[in-house]
Ligand binder design. Structure first.
Ligand code: PXP
Length: 238
């Protein structure tokens, strides 16, 4: 199972000051050097974290697979066709949401999803659709031509109830098996942390995980001591 590191929240820190650091392009290099199979970024309509410049630079610098998460809007389809990342993951995008809320409902959005998949595939881009772990949605993903389904692990990750955790885990497992049987690849992501990763990582039918918030959070903390010591050293030297 491979890990694609989502570096959106490195950009969130940068945008908090509208500064030039920390640069998600640099973070992406570090993640790949540490073994990530690729990098995921979500270019949102409101540009709250990743910017167009980040996407264009990462298209040049990411050595593994660059996965662009995006809505099905015409603006995003034009950008994807122009920049041409190896892979795009279609996600729902709502105004004012803190993060992606649930999977894309391919049943109610079928026309726009079908059009987006066709447009991206015509350009030679591998297409994944972020869906809830539901066999009916897996079937619709196949019907609209997706290569991959990314199964939403957020409910599994966020519920504190042990019985519900088992039930959600089973839904993810069943959906991953269904995807494989239908000839698609299964990925997973959302809300995964150092504490809840193991049962999901043990599902053999999932071949890639996309993790962002927890990795960036850990990176800030494990680097805090070194960053402080470097600054003290500069102050003392002066
Ligand atoms: N997969 C998708 C489709 C997402 O939208 C996100 C959040 O940007 C992730 C994975 C990563 O989620 P997290 O930041 O909780 O690890």
């Amino acid at each position: 199972m491979r890990l694609s590191v989502n570096v959106d929240h490195v950009a969130t820190i940068r945008q908090a000051r509208m500064a030039s650091e920390p640069d998600p392009v640099w973070a992406a290099v570090e993640a790949e050097l540490a073994g990530a199979c690729g990098i995921t970024i979500h270019l949102r309509g409101d540009r709250r974290h990743i910017q167009d410049r980040d996407l264009r630079l990462m298209k040049e610098t990411v050595a593994g697979v660059l996965n662009l998460e995006m809505s099905t809007s015409d603006e995003m389809l034009d950008i994807a066709r122009d920049v041409h990342p190896q892979m795009c993951t279609l996600v729902p995008e709502g105004d004012g949401e803190l993060t992606t809320q649930g999977g894309l409902d391919i049943i109610s959005e079928e026309e726009s999803v079908r059009k987006a998949v066709a447009t991206l595939k015509e350009s030679g881009i591998t297409v994944s659709i972020f869906i809830d772990p539901d066999v009916v949605q897996v079937g619709r993903a196949k019907a609209v031509g997706a290569d991959i389904v990314e199964l939403h692990t957020g409910i599994y990750a966020e519920t504190g109830d042990p019985v519900r955790i088992e039930r959600e885990l089973e839904k993810v497992r069943v959906a991953a098996i269904a995807a494989q049987e239908m000839g698609m690849r299964a990925h997973g992501g959302h809300g995964l942390t150092y504490l809840n990763i193991a049962p999901i990582a043990a599902i053999e039918e999932i071949d890639e995980l996309s993790i962002g918030h927890s990795v960036v959070s850990r990176a800030v903390l494990v680097g805090m001591g070194e960053a402080t010591a470097e600054m003290i050293s500069l102050i003392e030297t002066a």
